[in-house]
Design a protein around this ligand. Structure first.
Ligand SMILES: *Cc1c(COP(=O)(O)O)cnc(C)c1O
Length: 375
């Protein structure tokens, strides 16, 4: 029996033709017309003025912080429930992350706690370099509440929208909420360049600074002249071509992932003690559908359910292990409520791939029903 994966990349003839055309155009040297076009098209889609395509989402987060002047001695607010890249980018700059807990319904940064934390940091006289909300599994953080808090505290927002291309919050596109927003095009994300990312902003100077830092901070003179340390963070033209083909399919990808989540939602509506994470968010791109199990009501635990599905060759994954529990961040400051730890214990990410066949979907749904019926 074939193994059903969590969220495999799905590429076909369209991607093939874009990459082949880029290859045949002679633009194999890193920059080229597909790179500029990809930046333009993503910026347009998101409604942002400027964009720079990069080798990874992590590179985008790093550059966003550098461009905002974040460095040693600064504190940066990072949700504890995220992928390590958000926190790593802070450490690259020499600043320190302070972790903050999330809301139970969505797993996104808790605005009430943020207010408390910003006040506390101000009272301690700390310089807060940025707040980095993460759009968890494609559902936007609550920017309606977060942005005014950050504006009042005069702290810039860097939106980690790595998972959220195609999502909206009250009609506004993910990636457009902060001083800078960052997407990832890693292999498992909503669209892929096999590896890559993009930084977007309405601030043209900020994007120009990131573009300059991403190409070894080379001065605009004929010889190689450098007045500061730069990075080799640019996306290549060939990969941008792959990204353009994927971007063409984004609406279809989101529609199919939404439909899949609706089927999960219907099935679990009849199962006591199980809910979907961010179920009420109709603007989410539904990158990964995640359930949260209340073991006392359901009578079983997420990890028993995972073992049952694994035996049937169906891949699932726990929700991110919170950053404050990671050995590498032991000792970091954190403002916690226990929500992220509960989501880590009781959450489970279900197969959400765009390329899943109807047979595979039915196999997963049948396996779920079988487990639930046995209980
Ligand atoms: C994937 C991801 C990143 C990092 O993106 P890469 O392109 O893999 O560097 C950052 N933050 C979050 C929340 C992610 O899911």
């Amino acid at each position: 029996m074939d193994r059903i994966l969590l969220s495999p990349a799905d590429v076909g003839p369209l991607e093939e033709s874009y990459v082949l055309n880029a290859l045949r155009s002679g633009w194999v040297a890193p920059a080229g017309p597909d790179l500029a076009a990809f930046e333009r098209e993503v910026a347009q889609r998101v409604g942002c003025g400027h964009a720079v395509a990069l080798a990874s989402g992590t590179a985008g987060l790093h550059l966003a912080l550098l461009a905002l002047g974040v460095g040693p001695g600064d504190t940066v607010v990072v949700p504890t429930l995220t992928f390590a890249a958000t926190a790593n980018a802070v450490v690259y700059t020499g600043a320190e992350p302070v972790f903050i807990d999330c809301e139970p319904a969505t797993g996104n940064l808790d605005p009430g706690l943020l207010q408390e934390l910003l006040r506390d940091l101000r009272d301690k006289g700390r310089r807060v370099g940025a707040v980095m909300p993460v759009d968890m599994f494609g559902a936007c953080a609550d920017y309606t509440r977060i942005l005014p808090l950050c504006a009042e505290a005069e702290v810039p927002v860097v939106e980690d929208a790595a998972e959220a291309l195609g999502s909206t919050h009250r009609g506004r596109a993910a990636g457009s909420f902060g001083r800078a927003g960052v997407f990832s095009f890693n292999g498992n994300k909503i669209i892929t360049t096999s590896g890559g990312g993009m930084l977007l902003s309405d601030d043209g100077d900020l994007v120009a600074r990131c573009r300059y830092l991403s190409t070894q901070a080379r001065q605009p003179v004929p010889h190689y002249e450098h007045t500061e340390v730069g990075y080799n963070y640019r996306l290549s033209n060939l990969l941008a071509a792959l990204g353009r083909a994927q971007l063409h399919r984004l609406d279809d990808i989101v529609t199919r992932r939404r439909r899949l989540r609706e089927r999960y939602s219907k099935l679990f509506a009849a199962v006591p003690g199980v809910r979907l994470l961010a179920e009420e968010d109709h603007g989410a791109n539904c990158w990964l559908t995640t359930i949260v199990v209340d073991p006392l009501v359901a009578g079983w635990r997420a990890r028993e359910f995972a073992a049952h599905l694994s035996a049937q060759h169906i891949e699932t994954r726990p929700v991110w292990k919170p950053m404050h529990l990671q050995p590498v961040f032991a000792g970091a400051e954190a403002l916690l409520t226990g929500t992220a730890e509960r989501l880590f214990a009781d959450g489970l990410v279900l197969p959400s791939g765009y390329g899943m066949t109807e047979d595979q979907v039915v196999r997963v749904l049948d396996a779920i029903e079988q487990f639930v019926d046995l209980r």
